[in-house]
Design a protein around this ligand. Sequence first.
Ligand code: FAD
Length: 386
Amino acid sequence: MSLRTWDGPLNGGIAILGGGLSGLSLAAHLAATPPRPGPVVVVDDGVHDITAASWASWTRRTGLLESAATEVFDRMRVVAGGHDRTLALGDYRYRVVHGAALVAAVRRHTDPVPDVGSSIGRVVDVDDAQRPCVVLDDGRELRPDWVFDARGPVEVDSRADAALDFLGVRIRADDPLFDPHVPVLFDFRTDQTDRASFVYVLPTDAHHALVEHVCFLDPDTPGVPADVHLAAIRVYFSEVLGVAEGTYEIGASEHARLPLVAQPAERTDGRMMRIGAAAGLLKASSGYAYEHIQRDCEAIARSFAQHGHPFDVPKRHNRFARYDRALLTAVLGRPSFLEELFAALFARGSAAPVLRFLDEDTSLRDETRLFAALPAGPLIRGLTGR
Ligand SMILES: Cc1cc2nc3c(=O)[nH]c(=O)nc-3n(C[C@H](O)[C@H](O)[C@H](O)COP(=O)(O)OP(=O)(O)OC[C@H]3O[C@@H](n4cnc5c(N)ncnc54)[C@H](O)[C@@H]3O)c2cc1C
């Protein structure tokens, strides 16, 4: 149970379906931003242990749950197109939030509020006739005024333009292999023959890191088996890092396939609103969702406080969906394009302009400046569909 137990009925107020990243983040933002339209109950099926999850992302804000960030970096490394660059992040920080720290940060806001809590149960039906009715597998019925649906994870989405398939493993190395101050966001020194792929290295200290092998796939093709990812990580260690087998240990792993959807479906239906990955907040060209989810939760809570409804959230400009689709089309058409693109994007002293673009915080003028230095052909073909 992640929040204070709620086992009573619910008549009015808010039901949040799914107590993962977005469900808990929204509960915290609602607790911290009165007035609320009544009690808030998070319902989770308990299938996913949130304390085992972690999220890395960049930000330049101090958000409500900032205390959950445990590792913070001010530089990042990109190895692409024969260039090995360590870039400053400007006013951004790249940071890691672990599930247990997220729950603790959320509870700092929810525990002092008596009518915010959580309940274990699997949602089997949501009916939005006049007023929403949420039915749980134990027969309970909740009658909230508003429903936020964060049920996930979504592994298949018929609207997906691509899929991000990755295996992450915890590594302990005998030698000090990792720079504890600099995460490697993209290292393309891995096979690109069949699919655009890179290696990601998130260090904990010089001997420990999370190492991921990440591939962009056509959404209709089968996933990459874990042993194929693992073989690529082993080749990376032996051939790129020059590390002998037997001098490092491979620990816990996570294998996932995320659908990348450039143009998500409408997220509201009457008094129901999707949040989190289910609302399309996973950025299709990067696979990151954490910061988008935090900003969205903040906007929903502010909208409730100001208007009594959740709908006054910033609308995404359609051109960002077009850019994302163009990139995915280009990368699926020619896998080596991703490396060329990233080599050009990060050929600068600071990563900040690119991070701002990925956050969709740029103006058309900023984008024109950014695009001027990029290999344009495949992107234009992706934009025009030719
Ligand atoms: C392995 C992995 C690593 C990731 N790493 C990053 C990262 O480093 N940075 C980043 O920005 N993004 C990352 N993402 C993407 C994204 O941030 C996460 O998927 C994030 O957890 C999405 O939050 P969410 O609330 O939408 O879904 P979730 O956190 O998955 O929460 C959904 C919850 O709903 C529950 N649920 C499902 N069905 C029901 C039901 N019927 N009834 C009740 N409860 C239900 C689930 O058990 C779960 O607890 C990662 C994704 C994965 C899969």
